[in-house]
Design a protein around this ligand. Structure first.
Ligand SMILES: [Zn+2]
Ligand SMILES: [Zn+2]
Length: 626
C-alpha cells in the first residue's frame, strides 16, 4: 500500500540506500563485468509461441560512468540459424560507436550502425546504479500503479519512458522500457536483475535477464565484477577514421538489430536506403532482390500479387515502388507470407496499409491478425497512420489450408502448404504460365543445400505435378529446378542433365583449345544450325564445321569462353537447353573481341550418348546492355 508520505524520490532514495547509499553509488566510475550467458529467439521457432536457442556466449563489458563510454566484447557460439561463431567488440561514447568484427579471423573495424549505437547507449543506461541515478534526476518521475513498488520516469538517453520496480527490501528488480520493434511494434523491453551481491560495499546484480513482452531473449550470469580498477586508455578509443565514416540511417533504439547481430544475421539495411534489383524471370514476373531477402512480384491483369514481405517497412516501400514502375495504377491486391519467422513477414503491415489482403497459412492466422492489430506509437508506420486517419482499420486476412489459387481469369498464382522441418505453416508459391516456383528458406542457391528442407519442395512439385523450370529463392537468387533434382539425386533425368552439362562444357573447352574436332564431336552428323554468320542455315556436320573453323581462325592467341545460365530439360530421349555464352579474345587484326551469344540446343540420345541435333545461335541486340 502507498504510504502518503512516499514519493517517487523517496522510493528511489530507499533503493539507493539498499544498494549502499547514493554517495557510494556516485563513487562508481569504471565498471568491469565478465559473464556467460545464452540467447533465445522467440520469433524464429518451429511453431508460433515457441522459442529457439540461438547461442551461448562469453561477454566482457566495461563501462566508464564518469565519461559515458562503454565497451562490449562478445564471443558467441551460435547454433541457429546455423552453427558459427559471432565475435565482436563494440565501443561507444557519447558521440559515436565503433564495431570491430572478429568473425573473419581478421579485425574489420567500422562505424557502428546508428540503431545499434542508440541501443548500446540505452544498455549503458540500464546498468542498475546508472538507471537509479537517471530516474532520480528526472523531476517528473512518478509512482506508478498506486503502490510503492514502481517508479516511472523519462529516460533522457532514449527520450522514452521507463519503469523501475522494487522488491519489498527496496532492491530494484527490473527496468522496463517502452520500445520499438520493426516486427512487433510497441513492445516492453525488460531488464531483470537478481542474485545481488556485495562488491566493495555496493550491491550489484549477478544475474541479468532480458525479455521482450515477457518472452526471454537473453540471460547472463556474472562471474567477475570489479569497480574502479584502472583500464588502458585504449579501451574506449574510437579512431578518427571511424568517427569520420558516415553513419547513414536513424538512431532507433530497438533490440531487433541487436538480435539480428547476435545470430550473425545482416541488419545493416535497417533505416537505410533500400537497393531493390528487379530481376525479370518471365513476362510480368520479377524476383525483387534486396541485400538478404527477396520477394516475388507477379503482375496480374489489373493488380499485383506479391509473395513475401520481408524485414521491415522500408523494404516493403522499396519493393512496392519498384513493382509499380511497370504498372503505376495497379494496386497490390494480395501479399502472401511464406511463414511467420519475423525476418520474412516484418514488412506485412505496409502492404496492409496499401489495402492488400494478407494471405497466410491458417496456423498463423491469429498471429498475423495480432501483428496487423498492433499499435505503433513510438515509430508510427503507414498502417498506424492510416488508422489514425480513419483508413484501413481492419486489414483483410485470407487463410490457406492445403492449397489456394489466386486468379484474374488469365494468370494464376497457386499457393501450397509445404510441410517441412524448418517451420510449421510454410507456403510455397507457383506461377504456372511462368513455370516459376517461389520458396523461402527451403531452397537457396547461396546457402548449402539442406536435403531435408529441399526434399519438401521437391516432393510438393512431384505430388502436384507442377511443371517448374525455375525456383526463385527468398534468399539469394534463382535455381533451375533440374539442378535441385540433380542435387537431391531424386530425378531419373539427373544423369541426362549431368551428361548434357558435360557435353556443353566439352564444347566450350574445344573453343578454348581451338580444337574443331572436339567441337564437332558434340554435334550429330545430321545437325541443323542457324548461326550468326551467313548462309541462313547449315545442314550436316561437314557444312557446320566451316563457320566453326573460320571462327577459331579469327583469333590471335588464346580464346576465353564461358557458358552461363544453362537450363536443361530432358525426357530421357530428347532434351533441350538454353544458355548465354560469352567468348572473348584478340582478333588477328589486334582488335579486342568480346561477344555474348544466346544459344538454344536440341539434343538426342543416340547409342547411349547425347549429341546436339539442332542449334540456334543469336546475338542479343545492344549486347553492351546484357
Ligand atoms: Zn524461416
Ligand atoms: Zn529466411
Amino acid at each position: 500500500m502507498l504510504d502518503e508520505t512516499q514519493t517517487a524520490f523517496s522510493i528511489l532514495d530507499e533503493a539507493a540506500a539498499a544498494l549502499g547509499g547514493w554517495s557510494a553509488l556516485q563513487s562508481i566510475g569504471r565498471v568491469h563485468l565478465e559473464s556467460e550467458g545464452q540467447d533465445w529467439e522467440p520469433w524464429q521457432a518451429y511453431d508460433i509461441g515457441g522459442t529457439v536457442d540461438v547461442s551461448t556466449f562469453r561477454n566482457v563489458t566495461d563501462l566508464d560512468l564518469s565519461v559515458g563510454a562503454s565497451s562490449v566484447e562478445m564471443d558467441a557460439a551460435v547454433v541457429y540459424p546455423w552453427p558459427h561463431r559471432v565475435a565482436y567488440i563494440e565501443i561507444t561514447d557519447s558521440q559515436a560507436g565503433m564495431l570491430a568484427d572478429l568473425n573473419l579471423g581478421a579485425v574489420a573495424i567500422r562505424r557502428l550502425h546508428p540503431s545499434l549505437y542508440a541501443t548500446a547507449r540505452r544498455d549503458f543506461a540500464a546498468f542498475a546504479p546508472e538507471a537509479l541515478r537517471l530516474a532520480r534526476a528526472d523531476a517528473d518521475a512518478q509512482l506508478e500503479g498506486g503502490t510503492s513498488k514502481s517508479v516511472r520516469f523519462r529516460h533522457h538517453d532514449a527520450g522514452r519512458q521507463a519503469t523501475l520496480t522494487f522488491a519489498d527490501d527496496h532492491t530494484p528488480t527490473s527496468l522496463t522500457y517502452d520500445d520499438h520493434d520493426p516486427v512487433q511494434g510497441d513492445i516492453a523491453y525488460r531488464f531483470e536483475w537478481s542474485d545481488w551481491r556485495d562488491v566493495g560495499g555496493i550491491r550489484l546484480p549477478y544475474k541479468l535477464r532480458r525479455l521482450i513482452d515477457g518472452r526471454p531473449i537473453r540471460e547472463e550470469r556474472l562471474s567477475r565484477v570489479t569497480l574502479n580498477e584502472p583500464v588502458s586508455d585504449e579501451k574506449y578509443r574510437i579512431p578518427a577514421i571511424v568517427r569520420a565514416q558516415d553513419e547513414t540511417g536513424r538512431r532507433i533504439v530497438t533490440g531487433w538489430t541487436q538480435r539480428r547481430r547476435a545470430a550473425g544475421l545482416p541488419y545493416e539495411e535497417f533505416t537505410r536506403p533500400q537497393q531493390i534489383d528487379m530481376t525479370p524471370l518471365a513476362f510480368g514476373v520479377w524476383l525483387a532482390r534486396g541485400g538478404t531477402h527477396n520477394s516475388l512480384v507477379i503482375e496480374m491483369a489489373d493488380h499485383f500479387v506479391i509473395f513475401e514481405p520481408p524485414l521491415f517497412e522500408g523494404r516493403s516501400e522499396g519493393v512496392i515502388a519498384a513493382a509499380k514502375k511497370s504498372a503505376p495504377g495497379n494496386p497490390i491486391r494480395h501479399v502472401v507470407l511464406s511463414h511467420f519467422h519475423d525476418d520474412h513477414m516484418g514488412g506485412v503491415r505496409t502492404y496492409a496499409a496499401e489495402g492488400a489482403t494478407v494471405v497466410v497459412h491458417s496456423s498463423a492466422g491469429d498471429y498475423i491478425r495480432a501483428v496487423l492489430g498492433q499499435r505503433r506509437t513510438i515509430e508510427p508506420d503507414r498502417l498506424e497512420i492510416a488508422r489514425r486517419e480513419g483508413r484501413q482499420s481492419q486489414p483483410a486476412v485470407m487463410l490457406v489450408e492445403d492449397a489456394v489459387t489466386l486468379t484474374d481469369g488469365t494468370r494464376e498464382v497457386a499457393l501450397f502448404h509445404a510441410p517441412n522441418s524448418h517451420v510449421s505453416g510454410m507456403l510455397v508459391g507457383y506461377v504456372p504460365d511462368a513455370r516459376v516456383l517461389f520458396t523461402s528458406d527451403l531452397v537457396s542457391d547461396t546457402f548449402p543445400l539442406i536435403p531435408a528442407f529441399a526434399s519438401a519442395v521437391h516432393e510438393l512439385i512431384q505430388k502436384n505435378g507442377l511443371s517448374v523450370e525455375m525456383i526463385a529463392c527468398g534468399h539469394g537468387n534463382v535455381m533451375p529446378y533440374a539442378q535441385l533434382a540433380y542435387a537431391l539425386g531424386k530425378s531419373t533425368r539427373s544423369t541426362d542433365i549431368a551428361e548434357i552439362n558435360a557435353l556443353e562444357q566439352r564444347l566450350i573447352d574445344g573453343i578454348k583449345a581451338k580444337d574443331v574436332k572436339q567441337i564437332m564431336s558434340c554435334y550429330s552428323d545430321d545437325v541443323f544450325a542457324y548461326d550468326v554468320v551467313p548462309p541462313r542455315e547449315y545442314v550436316g556436320a561437314a557444312a557446320f564445321q566451316k563457320p566453326w573453323q573460320g571462327f577459331l581462325d579469327m583469333f590471335k592467341g588464346p580464346i576465353n569462353a564461358e557458358v552461363n545460365d544453362l537450363v536443361i530439360n530432358s525426357d530421357g530421349k530428347i532434351a533441350y537447353s538454353r544458355s548465354v555464352q560469352r567468348v572473348s579474345g584478340t582478333t588477328n587484326e589486334g582488335k579486342p573481341f568480346d561477344e555474348t551469344f544466346r544459344i538454344t540446343d536440341v539434343y538426342r540420345k543416340s547409342q547411349g550418348k547425347w549429341v546436339i541435333v539442332q542449334e540456334h545461335i543469336s546475338e542479343p541486340p545492344h549486347a553492351a546492355r546484357w
